[in-house]
Design a protein around this ligand. Structure first.
Ligand code: UDP
Length: 339
């Protein structure tokens, strides 16, 4: 099949003349998800057209990168002559593509990666049951975030630090991760962009002695940090999120990434985390009240790196997940619809 993957088109915040590519230069979960899905489809023998990430280096001749990032340009390409051979559009853009603006009869599905209801619920696939329940869409399929372990690095020997990898925001639980590390007597490396100055100041003022702030990371530095950590902290909080609904962790890219590196996860049960973390880590309560005993017990209860990696690949391997999507593509081509 010739599959169009649409990523969320975003400009690099520090250099708006460039687009975030697939895979991304730094922070950007959806662009990693699209990279892994592209790898899976290629392994299954499909062709991929990538929309929404101009500047991406095509990894093989079977990938065409379209030079369209603006929303109108993406719709124009989808309605133009080059889209004539397209079999299916799989849209990860979370609302940038309007299915009503596609040519009549073009097969279309989307994957939702935000909290709350998707802007266009038609043929929308969710990444967790919790996310689907919040959207109130019981008939829709759930397909997990995949991981291609060739893009990651397994390491059995871990260093003595915990890692926070993501945007430094209240709903993502960076403060609580620092509180946990403090109680456990471990260092917390905090990697990721920070757009909420007061929040960061509060973390620094309460836990400045526990954290190492390293800023946004990409490439080799990111891989080293993930693969060497004792555990990745995902203490997502059910607080008001950025889209006007209570934050319900939708799919959590970092969980499958960490697990592919053999790095276990310490997470709250918020949203998808209650569904996916028990196989690759431990759950702790929301909030920041951790006793040293509780924190030490959570760290002591972490699964071994080999078991973590095996569990991740058994559940979320990129080819396995691409096959689940492939089945849905065939069903939509055969006329299935849901909303
Ligand atoms: N990430 C990164 N560099 C950073 C911080 C985060 O590459 O400095 C990546 C991380 O590996 C993951 C993504 O950004 O792929 C965050 O995605 P996740 O689903 O965990 O969080 P969200 O998209 O909700 O912010």
């Amino acid at each position: 099949m010739r599959v169009v993957l649409v990523t969320m088109a975003l400009r690099v915040p520090t250099d708006p003349s460039r687009w975030i590519t697939v895979p991304p230069q730094g922070y950007a979960g959806i662009h990693w998800i699209v990279a892994n899905q592209m790898d899976g489809l290629l392994r299954l023998g499909h062709e991929v057209v990538l929309l929404g990430a101009p500047g991406t280096e095509p990894p093989s001749p079977e990938v065409t990168v379209v030079d369209a990032g603006e929303i109108d340009d993406m719709h124009a390409w989808l309605n133009g002559p080059e889209a004539a051979g397209v079999d299916v559009v799989h849209d990860f853009s979370c609302g940038q593509i309007d299915p009503d603006r596609l040519p009549a009869g073009m097969a279309y599905l989307s994957s939702h990666h935000l909290t709350g209801r998707p802007k266009y619920p038609r043929n929308c696939i969710y990444v967790s049951y919790a996310q689907r329940a919040q959207a109130g869409n019981d008939n829709a399929p759930v397909v997990r975030i995949s991981v291609n372990d060739a893009r990651y690095r397994f390491r059995a020997d871990k260093d003595d630090y915990l890692l926070y990898l993501g945007r430094i925001s209240e709903f993502k639980g960076t403060y609580e991760a620092a509180a946990f590390a403090h109680a456990a007597g471990c260092r917390l490396v905090v990697a990721g962009p920070s757009w909420e100055e007061d929040y960061l100041k509060r973390i620094e003022s309460d836990f400045g002695d526990t954290i190492d702030l390293v800023g946004e990371v990409g490439g080799e530095r990111r891989l080293e940090l993930i693969s060497r950590a004792t555990a990745v902290m995902v203490l997502s909080q059910s607080t008001m999120g950025p889209w006007g609904v209570v934050w319900c962790e939708p799919g959590s890219t970092v969980v499958s990434e960490a697990a592919a590196c053999g790095t276990p996860v310490i997470a709250t049960p918020n949203g998808c985390l209650a569904e996916i973390v028990p196989a690759v880590g431990v759950l702790v309560a929301e909030g920041s009240q951790f006793t040293p005993e509780e924190a030490a017990a959570a760290v002591a209860g972490l699964p071994e790196p080999d078991a973590v990696r095996a569990a991740a690949l058994q559940r979320w391997d990129h080819v396995l997940v691409a096959k689940q999507f492939e089945t849905l593509y065939h069903e939509v081509l055969a006329g299935r619809t849901w909303s």
